[in-house]
Design a protein around this ligand. Structure first.
Ligand code: 5GP
Length: 182
């Protein structure tokens, strides 16, 4: 990704859609929900890299149930800002999850292909339970029949960056979610 200058970099952030404060409040509600769902039972929280790294760090620090953390990565092939449908698991968990309670944290559900594949793979390993939580959901873009168990924000069909989400690996460190445009 090439920027002409710093203004060009900043000008591609078109509009803040979700503020840092709104995200923080939603994270608090999600952590309470996880606490009440698992009620003290040990949990493995699985973050899907890279996009979920900020979300994961914030959720983990707000839950009070005993939890381990693990990471997976799934590459969804993109043409520009559009997914072209192929998903490959590029990083897997380093432990067995049979009979364990597992929560998947994802940054965004777009076509649904990534989480559909990741959730099916984890379910095949016979966890005691599996809950899928996404920070953002773009239901208008769905191409497969997949619905997260918990979605913090529903957004329209826009390409967004910030709070872990990138464009060409940039903008992940923004504290808010913004619409991106060139
Ligand atoms: P899927 O289409 O499989 O549901 O989503 C795959 C991945 O595409 C997401 O995990 C995310 O990394 C990326 N993605 C989908 N929509 C957006 C978006 O609006 N912004 C960014 N930065 N990534 C997106």
């Amino acid at each position: 990704m090439v920027f002409k200058n710093v203004s060009d970099f900043k000008n591609r952030i078109k509009k803040i859609l979700i503020t840092a404060e709104e995200i923080d409040a939603a994270i608090g509600r999600a952590a309470k929900k996880i606490d009440s769902l698992y009620d003290g039972k040990p949990l493995i929280i699985v973050g899907i890299l890279k996009g979920s790294f900020v979300f994961m760090a914030d959720v983990c620090r707000r839950v009070t149930v005993p939890c381990e953390v693990g990471f997976m990565a799934a590459k969804s092939y993109f043409e520009g800002t559009q997914s072209c449908g192929e998903v490959k698991i590029t990083l897997d968990l380093h432990r067995d999850i049979e009979d364990c309670h597992v929560v998947i944290l994802e940054d965004i559900v777009d076509t649904g292909r990534t989480l559909n594949d990741v959730a099916a793979l984890l379910r095949s390993r016979k966890p005691a339970s599996l809950t899928v939580i996404t920070l953002l959901d773009k239901p208008d873009r769905r191409e497969v029949d997949f619905a997260p168990d918990i979605s913090l924000f529903t957004i329209p069909d826009l390409f967004v960056v910030g709070y872990g989400l990138d464009c060409g690996e940039y903008y992940r460190n923004l504290p808010y979610i913004a619409e991106y445009g060139e």
